[in-house]
Design a binder for this molecule. Structure first.
Ligand code: C2E
Ligand code: MG
Ligand code: MG
Ligand code: MG
Length: 281
């Protein structure tokens, strides 16, 4: 009987898997055409100074506006793009668009802010990365001090000497480096010592537990203290409530990024905010 059951489960499972594979294949096919069809859009989420409550940075977050499926989250298509290698041209498009946009806002006389761009591990393995960043900066005319590159903690943890070498070269261009989703991976502490980074971004999972009286508060305080001891800037991601904000204010976290102040928004809305037409809160 148990053999019979096992067989049925296999059949059920494999038809669900076929469906899944079919969907992924169709999504991959449309992903291949998405760049030339101009279907990617950048949203920008402000990063706010805890002390002054002013916007000091923006994070570029890509969305895929698919004509059949609507807006697709990067959580869905970035893994697919990494798997197919499409992350290289898509990542290049993101970098160029974000730098050009930031330069344009500065040329309009808006207050200059940092622009953070997420880089996939796959991009760090690309031997052209340094050249791409260098060329993008010169082609867009953006001063390198206004570009920040985000590396995920998992990439940083896996990192070998090649990664450290590339990070040093990137920093040589004048850009800053931040470690995204800090605390979500492993071996963070020993890696931080060797990686040439400027900022750590506290993973949202710890922020969720703040002001609920659980252990996330102790962990978060420790990460902030660690950053200070290592002379790194620290930013909390996913801050949604006033009590979470109060916590980061109390423990002197440098910056926050989260719905409490701003959600990711299209360029036109960011432009209005930078023009001072809209104030936070
Ligand atoms: P991430 O880099 O950690 O970006 C932060 C994510 O948290 C964003 O999700 C943002 O919308 C969300 N978020 C910010 N504040 C809050 C908040 O207060 N509450 C909640 N619930 N969420 C908040 P998004 O835009 O869906 O991006 C998801 C992930 O996709 C990013 O995580 C990043 O890993 C990846 N990603 C996005 N754009 C790019 C890109 O251009 N290149 C690469 N390689 N990855 C990207
Ligand atoms: Mg990020
Ligand atoms: Mg993050
Ligand atoms: Mg993330």
């Amino acid at each position: 009987a148990s053999k019979e059951k096992g067989k049925n489960q296999t059949t059920l499972c494999s038809s669900a898997m076929k469906e899944e594979v079919l969907q992924q294949t169709q999504l991959t096919n449309s992903l291949y055409r998405a760049l030339e069809r101009n279907e990617f859009v950048l949203y920008y989420q402000p990063q706010v100074s805890v002390e002054t409550r002013e916007i000091v940075g923006l994070e570029a977050l890509v969305r895929w506006n698919n004509p059949e499926l609507g807006m697709i989250s990067p959580a869905t298509f970035i893994p697919l793009a990494e798997h197919t290698g499409l992350i290289i041209p898509i990542g290049q498009w993101v970098l160029e668009t974000a730098c050009r946009q930031n330069k344009e806002w500065q040329a309009m006389g808006l207050p200059p802010v940092r622009m953070a761009v997420n880089l996939s591990t796959v991009q760090f393995q690309d031997r052209n990365l340094l050249g791409i960043v260098d060329r993008t900066l010169s082609e867009t005319g953006l001063d390198s001090k206004y570009l920040e590159l985000e590396i995920t903690e998992s990439a940083a943890a896996e990192g070998d000497n090649h990664l450290i070498h590339v990070l040093h070269k990137l920093k040589g261009l004048g850009v800053t480096i931040s470690v995204d989703d800090f605390g979500s991976g492993y071996s963070s502490l020993s890696r931080l010592k060797t990686l040439p980074v400027d900022r750590i971004k506290i993973d949202m999972q710890f922020v969720r537990g703040i002001a609920k009286g659980n252990k996330d508060e102790a962990i978060t305080k420790t990460i902030i203290q660690l950053a200070k001891n290592l002379n790194l800037n620290v930013i909390a991601e996913g801050v949604e409530t006033e009590s979470q904000f109060d916590f980061f204010n109390k423990y002197k976290c440098d910056e926050i990024q989260g719905y409490y102040f701003y959600k990711p928004m299209p360029a036109s809305e960011i432009e209005s905010i930078l023009m001072g037409l809209t104030k936070p809160g």
